[in-house]
Write a protein that binds this ligand. Sequence first.
Ligand SMILES: *Cc1c(COP(=O)(O)O)cnc(C)c1O
Length: 353
Amino acid sequence: MKVVLREHLKEKPAAGTALGFGRYFTDYMFTMKYTAEKGWHDAKVEPNEPKPFDLATSIFHYAQGIFEGMKAFLQPDGSIGVFRPEENWARMNRSAERMCIPRFPEEVAQEGLETLLKLEKDWIPNERGTALYIRPTIVATRVMLGVHASTEYLFFIILSPVGSYYAHGLEPTKLLVEDYYVRSSLGGTGEAKCLGNYAASMKAGELAEEKGFDQVLWLDANEKKYVEEVGSMNMFFVIGGEVITPALVGSILPGITRKSCLHILREKGYRVSERRISIDEVVAAAENGTLEEAFGTGTAAVISPVGLIRYQNKDYSVNGGKMGAITKMLYDTVTGIQYGELPDEYGWRKIIR
Ligand SMILES: *Cc1c(COP(=O)(O)O)cnc(C)c1O
C-alpha cells in the first residue's frame, strides 16, 4: 500500500478532553479512485487535508453516496482491535449496489484500513468508552449535472477519536415516536447506508430535540403502525421475557450490532424474535407492566438503554428510566469483546499489529 507522509502532524486532543462524536480528525486518510476506464485504482494512504471540488460534482447535487461506521479499540496488549470489519465491507457493497455505485474490492479497503490504523495508532484514545471511529465513504465525483449514475467515484476512509455518542453517556435516552414524517419506505433506500437517508431524517430529529428528546423512533411508512428503528440504532424491546427486534422488512438498516446482539442472545438461550412489532403492542406492554426493557444498538451508540418513549402525547416510562438487565448484559458482552477484556468466543475481533 502506497503511503504519502506529511511533514507536520496535528496536535492530538489532550488526555481527558471530552471527545464528543466526530469532532476531531486524524492526520491521514485512505483514498481510492474509480473511473469507468480504469475501475478502482490509485489506492493509497495520504495526509487528511481539504480537497478542492468543482461545484458541479455530482455528489453535491444528487447525493449518490454511501458510508459505513466502524470502531477501532486499543487492546490491553497494545494491539488494535476492529469489530467485524468484513461485515461492514459486505454491507457497503450491498449499499453500493442499491445506489448504482460500482462494487469495490473489499480486500483493498481492508488493507487500506489496516495500513491507516497502524500509522494512526497514537490517535486511538485509551479510556473505556472511547474509540477511534472509522468512517469509510464513497461519493460520486463526476463533474456533471445530468441525473445519471456517475462514472467516477472517490472512496475514502477518515478516522475520528470519539467518546460517547450521546451527550449524557449511558443514561437512558428519551425517544419520540414520529407519526407524520417517515425515514424510509418499502422499495426506498432505508436498507442502504446512503447519504440521503440522513438528510431526510433531520427535520423530525430537530423537532424531537426541541421537545427535549434524544432521537426519533420511526414507524413504517405505509401504516405508521410498526416500529422500524431509530435512524442510527436498531431497536429491541423486552416484553414478558421475549426479546423482540423488528424484522428486516426492507426499510430497516441491517445493523451489525443488531446481528451481534441477536447472536449473543440466542447463544445464551434467551427467547428471541425477529418479527414485526406494532407501536400499539409496545404501548400496551408499557401500560400493563410487561415492557421490561427497551434499547437501541449501533456502532456509534453501542447498546443504548431507552428510558422513556412518547407516543401521541403520552409518555411511557421503561423500567423506571433505568438500564435493564438484558441491556446491561449485552453492553458488557459487546464492549468486553471490543475492548479485549473478554475472550473472543465468536471470532468478531480483527486484531491488527
Ligand atoms: C449504521 C446504522 C445503524 C446501526 O448499524 P451498526 O452496523 O450496528 O452500526 C442503524 N440504523 C441506521 C439507519 C444506520 O445508519
